[in-house]
Design a protein around this ligand. Structure first.
Ligand code: 5GP
Ligand code: ZN
Length: 115
């Protein structure tokens, strides 16, 4: 728990969010400013600042997060049409919140690369 981190506060239920999945290690909630009909954020409950900060011992956690993202995509009906999982890193990656998170986006066509 990093006391000035907004996603730690969400994980700690100090800030309300619309939770779509939770277990002891991770939380998934609706993005407050959705970019697609389905836009969820998956975060580890422990504070990891960026992708640069993941450690070998985080491998199982990250693997479980991907399994849960896949299951959540299926549950919300976006598996067969497809979806995108995004993790932004630092300034050039466009990371606004410095607590590692994965965007799960679907429910519309997601053109790439951006114009
Ligand atoms: P980033 O740009 O860091 O990859 O993405 C941060 C995401 O967090 C953005 O899509 C933004 O809309 C979302 N976000 C920021 N603050 C909050 C919040 O307080 N609650 C929720 N649910 N989402 C947030
Ligand atoms: Zn945090």
């Amino acid at each position: 728990m990093k006391s000035d981190c907004i996603f730690c506060k969400i994980a700690n239920k100090e800030i309300k969010s619309e939770i779509v999945y939770e277990d002891k290690d991770m939380l998934a909630f609706k993005d407050i400013d959705p970019k697609a009909p389905v836009h969820f954020l998956f975060i580890p409950k422990k504070h990891i600042t960026t992708l640069n900060d993941i450690l070998p011992e985080d491998g199982a956690l990250l693997g479980n997060m991907f399994l849960k993202m896949k299951e959540t995509a299926l549950k919300h009906g976006i598996s067969s049409d497809g979806y995108r999982i995004v993790a932004n890193c630092n300034k050039n990656g466009g990371q606004a919140v410095l607590h590692l998170h994965f965007h799960l986006l679907g429910g519309r066509s997601l053109a790439w690369p951006p114009g």
